[in-house]
Design a binder for this molecule. Structure first.
Ligand code: NAP
Length: 452
């Protein structure tokens, strides 16, 4: 079939895995009949693969190489440094495109809702992760790593990442892409003990077994869980028999109930049945008060009225992410996602909003691994292409006209490749692995526009 004179034009907002898997699905499902423009507020593509996946998880990070091929497809263009809401409105997008896919992820942390949460030293895991991943918004964050004891609240994979980065020595991280200033700050860390805290039991831990196992294999850190924290209520005991994920986790955790052997500089303590009730301190964090919990009949927990305090100087809250509403786009304030059916945005009364779609975490919430976004995005794209009516009204103008008229500078894919090359060259110059991230805006700018 000859290509359509004017291919269906789709804007994707967010160049993380969900957005780029959606771009891939569009070119796969519509061939030459589509033109895909991927926008990102950052000058860099890959979203959470670049700024969320832990620097020492190099095989997951290599997904960027796969996503790069999507960006290099002739029907796909990258518009970096363009922010929805600031540079372009939803109405602008709808005037330039046949359809829009929002894949902006889940950018902010969920709140804990306990007293002391805003004390200095109480930190959202998102901030810490952004910092060690070299996110420009977090480049100048400072964390007081002079404290010897730290608590990480939550037992999901993000908590495991954060605990692992804190427990590793700087030599173990040298080959990773963490920015130089992060490596420097970590080299002064006096952290000796990291507590990871689950409000429910070991059978309800959200981390995956592979990630948990890695924590137990760190050369510089012993790991321990007190045997009484491994208590299983009848429902959990059944899960430990029948559910592969739970069985795997319990097996790994049971291996940590003895005192850690050897004389290692750091130690990780995993706690279960402990809910954070207050972050203590006057001018800064001085402790974390926990209440013992027991399971209730709904699968949640209730407090037992018994308390204990951990003498920690830093609390990292790793209790999940949430999406932020986009101006003019329906949003469910309770579930923190855009209401949708298979990626088709639902308006009032559940009526589909024409031409607007979602993919990724803003569609289904912050769950699943990077690869989960592939089938998720393919579903959205199937529905988008099914809805498209080539005989209907077509876009009035192009986004280039609009960006030019507003004098908005765009970071192009070629510009990004300059930054990419600069990071690779920096790693070589420092004799540090494959890449060293540039995190500061000025350094990024002079790398992607070297001649300006
Ligand atoms: P998550 O898996 O939902 O874990 C959040 C944790 O916070 C849970 O243990 C949860 O406990 C706890 N929590 C929530 N509210 C709490 C409260 N008020 N007090 C105490 N604890 C509370 O979220 P995540 O760790 O942010 O991960 C997000 C997604 O990214 C997940 O799908 C994860 O697997 C994925 N991810 C994957 C990798 C990897 O594959 N290596 C790495 C990082 C992230 P309850 O269960 O009791 O609510």
């Amino acid at each position: 079939m000859a290509p359509m004179a004017d291919p269906v034009r789709v804007a994707i907002i967010g160049s993380g895995p969900a957005g780029l898997y959606a771009a891939e699905a569009l070119v796969k499902q519509a061939g030459d009949e589509v033109q895909v423009d991927v926008f990102d507020r950052l000058p860099t593509p890959y979203g959470l693969v670049r700024y969320g996946v832990a620097p020492d998880h190099t095989s997951i990070k290599s997904i960027a190489r796969y996503l790069q091929r999507v960006l290099e497809h002739p029907a796909v263009r990258f518009f970096g440094g363009v922010e929805l809401g600031r540079d372009l409105t939803r109405a602008d997008l709808l005037s330039c495109y046949d359809a829009v896919i929002y894949s902006t992820g889940a950018m902010v942390d969920r709140r804990l809702g306990v007293p002391g949460e805003d004390l200095p030293g109480s930190i959202a895991a998102t901030d810490f992760v952004n910092w060690y991943c070299g996110h420009p918004d977090a480049a100048d964050h400072r964390f007081d790593l002079t404290t010897e004891e730290i608590a990480v609240i939550g037992v999901g994979n993000v908590a495991v990442d954060v605990v692992r980065i804190l427990a590793k020595t700087v030599d173990e991280l040298r080959e990773t892409d963490v920015p130089e200033q992060v490596l420097e700050a970590l080299s002064h860390s006096r952290v000796r003990r990291v507590h990871m805290i689950g409000r429910r039991g070991p059978a309800q831990a959200k981390f995956t077994t592979k990630e948990a196992r890695e924590l137990g294999e760190l050369p510089a850190a012993g790991i321990h869980v007190r045997p009484e924290h491994m208590d299983l209520d009848p429902a959990s005991a059944e899960l430990a028999e029948t559910d592969r994920h739970v069985r795997g986790n319990i097996k790994v955790l049971n291996g940590w109930t003895g005192e850690p052997a050897g004389d290692r500089p750091r130690r990780i303590d995993v706690h279960f049945w402990r809910a954070p009730v207050e972050i203590l301190g006057t001018d800064r964090v001085e402790g974390l008060r926990l209440e013992r919990t027991r399971p209730d009949e709904t699968g949640r927990v209730t407090g037992t009225g018994e308390y204990e305090t951990l003498p920690v100087g830093l609390v990292l809250r790793s209790v999940g992410y949430k999406s932020v509403p986009l101006d003019g786009v329906p949003f469910d304030e309770r579930t923190h996602v855009v209401p949708n059916e298979g990626g088709r945005i639902s308006g009032p009364g559940g009526v589909p909003v024409p031409r607007e779609y979602v993919a990724g975490w803003i569609k289904r919430g912050p769950t699943g691994v990077v690869g989960t976004n592939k089938s998720d995005a393919a579903e959205t794209v199937r529905n988008l292409l099914e809805d498209f009516d080539p005989g209907g009204p077509r876009p009035e103008r192009t986004v280039e006209e609009l960006l030019k008229a507003r004098g908005l500078p765009v970071v192009t894919y070629a510009d990004w490749l300059n930054l990419d090359a600069a990071e690779i060259a920096l790693a070589r110059a420092l004799d540090r692995g494959e890449r060293v991230k540039l995190a500061r805006w000025d350094a990024m700018r002079s790398a992607y526009h070297p001649f300006h």
